[in-house]
Design a binder for this molecule. Structure first.
Ligand SMILES: [Zn+2]
Length: 205
């Protein structure tokens, strides 16, 4: 996983940086995790430095071993007045099968997005990232002269094919999971319903 992230241009954060990041975001230590063990995280800046992609890996920084349980996730921070503002957070990736592939695909997709922020076709300004329904995201411009009808950009336009394939599979699985919950009225899919879920395959193409 490290090698893949390094190849994409991410670098590992050291303990101090992780501590500072936790303070900036005023994150609370998980209740079940005492004493708190910072996890290994990787960061990548966009060329203009406006965006940071951070990957939380679920690896304990001190021992460099996987946490017993836990999840990884990817966030995008936009730097506004020198401070990071979170504009994107992925669903948590649980440490089930193909955890590494899924996390790396999300990291690669986020990297492609911050490196290719589209310009608004109407005013030419770089678009911003905004959250929509069901944790979907989009590029958007709400320029002065187009306030009533904002301009949207294609969220997946520059995501490499292989990563996009995994990202889309994750979306499909979440959508079917939500449909299933609605149908059964449950808050969690249990037992036999689990068996009907779309399986992960080793080859996402
Ligand atoms: Zn615009």
């Amino acid at each position: 996983m490290d090698a893949t992230l390094n190849k994409l241009g991410f670098r590992g954060l050291d303990g101090h940086e992780i501590k500072r990041m936790i303070q900036t975001h005023s994150l609370k230590e998980p209740k079940r995790m005492r004493p708190f063990e910072p996890g290994l995280s990787h960061i990548l800046s966009s060329a203009d430095g406006v965006y940071h992609v951070v990957v939380h890996t679920s690896v304990v920084l001190r021992t460099l071993k996987w946490r017993k349980k836990g999840s990884g996730w990817v966030i995008i921070n936009q730097i506004v007045d020198g401070k990071p503002v979170r504009v994107y957070i992925s669903h948590p990736i649980y440490r089930t099968k193909f955890f590494v592939q899924r996390l790396c695909a999300l990291a690669e997709a986020a990297r492609a997005r911050v490196r290719n922020i589209p310009s608004c076709p109407r005013c030419g300004k770089p678009m911003t990232i905004e959250e929509g329904k069901n944790k979907s995201y989009t590029f958007i411009c709400r320029g002065e002269n187009h306030r009533t009808r904002p301009e949207f950009g294609d969220w997946d336009a520059d995501v490499p094919a292989k990563a996009l394939c995994i990202v889309k599979l994750m979306r499909r699985k979440r959508a079917s999971y939500r449909r299933n919950l609605k149908k059964t009225g449950r808050t969690e899919v249990l037992g036999r319903a689990r068996e009907k879920r779309e399986p992960w395959t080793s080859n996402p193409e």
